[in-house]
Design a binder for this molecule. Structure first.
Ligand code: SF4
Ligand code: SF4
Length: 425
């Protein structure tokens, strides 16, 4: 008989986390009771202990999540309300990540998600940018030592204008940084939580952390809220690192006084700021940054469900998302609002599409910072492409950039793929 194959590092980490959570959890059910998704998950009348028992069973056995717990774990939108509710100091949001990841080994939720996403990211980057810009955002190997790494993750490369705006702000602050991003620099959340490929997840996460370490940075500043949650919260302790890991908006806010002194160009607008209750600190960072923009008046903040728009689960459950989105749109329609300010890449894509249909202007917070600094925000290269309306015309329009990036595709094939690419953006 063969000796059992030793579990890989990611499996060991998740199993150790599961054991610690099992040790600490008293099954009190407080995290379930406070959870806002129970109605949409059909769990309003299910005792909290019964929901919890399914999660604890998976943490104990590593088997797929069964029963009412399955609906709860699958529908969690990362809103964060359960975290302060746990009397034992457990992070129930991370607990569900661990349970989902162990469960996905035998019952993956989205088995091929990353492969499809990776293809879309590379294609969309090449459609929108010349090769130099693609290379700048999708760098994975250190070219030199750098005190700061701006970690853009993989998915945000599909909205490069927001990343270049952010880099404009870092340049204004004279930060000495390099960029790490693209599918090769994925944080690994999809492989872990949704695909259950824990060996691949370990290689992906390790590869990204290794690439940061190669720069010998003091700080790694992330953009993507999913990367922030996965590397900064769920996998805390997975690897010892030599740098501080935090969100780029926190860094900008720490240097808020310097930024304010540089922002001499008034941006006279009355805005509604979109934010998310999960990872609310990032939303508060953005509001505090925008409060330093001369001329800008934040009339209101629209807090939506979950921790970001789009992505693999933050738009779940659809009913709860729809309710908070309806409230945002209703507020944005009011005459005291000149524009809706978007937050991350996923939020920007969704809200811009929804608002354009109603003639409501949208602007990303990074656009406003660049304007206040006297610069010209990067254009959304896809906006002009989308405006063409016809998929074949869109395919023709992006062909020069694709060719420049040495991607040789048939325009008819690309026209057929265009709906999928644009929807995924
Ligand atoms: S983070 Fe998930 S489990 Fe926790 S309260 Fe929010 S939706 Fe519920
Ligand atoms: S609130 Fe904490 S202790 Fe209570 S069931 Fe949830 S995780 Fe366990």
């Amino acid at each position: 008989m063969n000796a059992p194959v030793p579990p890989d590092g990611m499996t060991r980490f998740l199993e150790t986390s599961a054991a610690q959570m099992l040790d600490a959890c008293t099954s009190c059910g407080a995290c379930v009771e406070i959870c806002p998704i129970l109605p949409q998950a059909g769990l309003t009348d299910t005792p909290a202990e019964e929901v919890m028992s399914g999660i604890l069973a998976t943490l104990r056995t590593g088997d797929a999540i069964e029963g009412p717990a399955q609906a709860w774990a699958a529908q969690c939108d990362g809103c964060d309300r359960c975290v302060p509710a746990c009397p034992e100091g457990i992070n129930p949001r991370s607990m569900l990540l661990v349970a989902n990841s162990l469960s996905a080994r035998t019952r993956p939720a989205t088995p091929e998600l990353f492969r499809k996403m990776s293809r879309a990211i590379k294609m969309m980057a090449a459609m929108q940018m010349p090769p130099d810009d693609v290379a700048r955002l999708m760098r994975h190997k250190a070219s030199r030592d750098a005190p700061v790494v701006f970690y853009v993750g993989c998915n945000a490369v599909r909205t490069p204008h927001l990343l270049f705006n952010t880099m404009y702000v870092l340049d204004a602050l004279q930060v000495d940084y390099e960029v790490s991003g693209g599918p090769a620099s994925c944080c690994g959340i999809i492989h872990t939580k949704w695909e259950g490929k824990l060996g691949t997840a370990e290689r992906v996460t390790d590869g990204s952390i290794d690439s940061f370490e190669d720069y010998k940075p003091e700080k790694v500043l992330s953009w993507c809220p999913s990367c922030q949650m996965h590397l900064g919260e769920d996998l805390s302790g997975f690897r010892e690192t030599t740098y501080e890991f935090d969100h780029v908006t926190k860094y900008m806010l720490q240097r808020g006084a310097e930024l304010q002194a540089l922002m001499t160009n008034p941006v006279n607008m009355n805005v509604l700021v979109h934010a998310h209750e999960g990872m609310s600190d990032l939303g508060h960072n953005v509001v505090a940054l925008l409060n330093r923009v001369p001329g800008l008046n934040i009339v209101d903040v629209a807090w939506e469900a979950g921790y970001t728009c789009s992505g693999a689960n933050p738009d779940l459950p659809p009913g709860r998302k729809a309710d908070t989105r309806a409230a945002t749109m209703e507020r944005a329609r009011q005459p005291d609002i000149d524009a809706l300010v978007t937050l991350y890449h996923g939020c920007h894509g969704q809200l811009t599409a929804a608002c354009t249909r109603e003639g409501i202007p949208t602007v990303n917070f990074t656009d406003l910072l660049v304007r206040a600094l006297g610069g010209e925000p990067r254009q959304d290269a896809l906006a002009a492409v989308r405006a063409l309306g016809d998929f074949r015309a869109m395919a023709e329009a992006v062909m020069p950039n694709l060719k420049a990036n040495r991607i040789d595709v048939d325009p008819d094939w690309l026209a057929d793929l265009m709906p999928e690419l644009l929807t995924s953006a």
